[in-house]
Design a protein around this ligand. Structure first.
Ligand code: HEM
Length: 349
């Protein structure tokens, strides 16, 4: 029993700190970082002398657009994640394919065809280029924009050390090989995350991103129609009432391509609704359902759901900081692209 003399805010702070410590302990942390400190070769305020206005230009632009169209927030968050998972956070997701006989780029791989927000990143980059030409990488623009967009809808914020350089290679095959797909088991997902230096807890907390945004029916139709071995065709790990509702009202045929909120009722609010749904077997994607097939992951999720939302924000932010440092290019690697969609050697003004 907590002594009644402890003021409520102090209790919450204590609970948040204790819970977050318990939840992140054991996770494979690559080191802590803060203002002025380094994470790998990235550093907070990397552009403070070369382009002091960069972070403000990006933040202001993103906040303005998220206010007008809040669905920008999930779009940018997913774009950043898909960038980091394929050849590291190097802006390679933003590159266009190079035409007949050329390289098919990541963005043309099937799992990336539903990504959104490329045009917005191009516009933010143009605004930054006007202030400081050739200084700020597209990879950093994307990492900062994703963070600011999530914060702008009232979600968590996290430290984004900068200094990422842009890659010059973007390959459809790399994307197909490295991106998780929604039908994977917990073990398969954990293995892909491990390949990026991310632990199982990072998998659990980063999947919490699905508390915002939408999915096309095609991303989970296999759970509703013709599921192997299920008499009624429905994945038995999906709540039967929810599945029936999806079939009747959202994805009426196996080839329907409507959009469904991943966290029904609050898909633009960064809250605990996603994890609550997952615990009730109402996770929309197979990969969401996979989280509760692992006892430790299920216990972690139950613990976060029972804690104040700040705990989720904290563990999510920590994992995002790790995600943002995956296989980054720094120093003299890569380049600072002039335009995010093309490498400098093909750039025409
Ligand atoms: C664990 C493996 C993951 C799988 C298999 C997966 C798969 C998917 C799929 C299939 C969609 C729906 C796409 C569509 O139909 O339009 C989606 C949406 C989304 N994902 Fe994931 N995802 C994973 C992890 C993550 C992570 C780590 C993040 C970010 C940190 C993330 C952020 C999002 C967001 C924000 C959306 C909504 C996008 C929108 O509204 O346009 N996902 N994901």
């Amino acid at each position: 029993m907590v002594a009644p003399t402890v003021p409520l805010p102090a209790m919450v702070v204590l609970l948040v700190a204790v819970s977050a410590m318990a939840l992140v302990s054991g996770a494979s942390m690559r080191g802590r970082h803060g203002q002025g400190q380094q994470q790998g070769q990235l550093r907070m305020g990397f552009y403070s002398s070369s382009c002091p206005a960069a972070e403000k230009i990006i933040g202001d632009y993103v906040r303005l657009h998220v206010r007008r169209a809040p669905t920008v927030a999930p779009a940018l968050l997913r774009l950043h994640y898909h960038d980091c998972f394929v050849s590291g956070c190097d802006g390679s997701i933003l590159l266009n394919s190079t035409g007949t006989g050329g390289q098919q780029a990541e963005k043309d791989a099937a799992p990336n065809l539903t990504l959104r927000g490329f045009d917005l990143i191009d516009r933010v980059k143009t605004a930054v280029e006007e202030a400081c030409p050739g200084v700020v990488s597209c990879a950093d623009v994307l990492a900062l924009a994703a963070r600011d967009a999530v914060a702008a809808i009232g979600g968590p914020s996290w430290r984004v050390p900068t200094g990422r350089r842009d890659g010059t290679v973007s390959s459809v095959q790399d994307a197909l090989r490295e991106l998780p797909n929604p039908a994977m088991s917990f073990t398969e997902l954990a293995a892909l995350f491990a390949g990026k230096g991310l632990g199982v807890r990072d998998l659990v907390w980063l999947s919490g991103a699905h508390t915002i945004g939408v999915a096309h029916c095609s991303s989970f139709a296999d759970r509703l129609y013709g599921y192997p071995g299920a008499g009624n065709g429905t994945d038995p790990s999906l709540d039967a009432t929810y599945a029936a509702n999806l079939r009747q009202h959202k994805c009426r045929t196996p080839i329907s391509n409507s959009l469904v909120e991943m966290n029904p009722g609050s898909f633009l609010t960064f809250d605990l609704g996603y994890y609550r749904a997952v615990l009730k077997h109402r996770g929309l994607l197979g990969s969401d359902a996979a989280l509760v097939t692992d006892a430790a992951a299920r216990a972690d999720i139950a613990s976060v759901v029972a804690s104040p939302p700040e705990v989720f924000f904290q563990v999510f932010g920590r994992s995002m900081a790790k995600l943002g440092a995956v296989q980054v290019k720094t120093g003299s690697q890569g380049e600072i692209r002039k335009s995010c969609a093309v490498v400098n050697s093909s750039y025409q003004n």
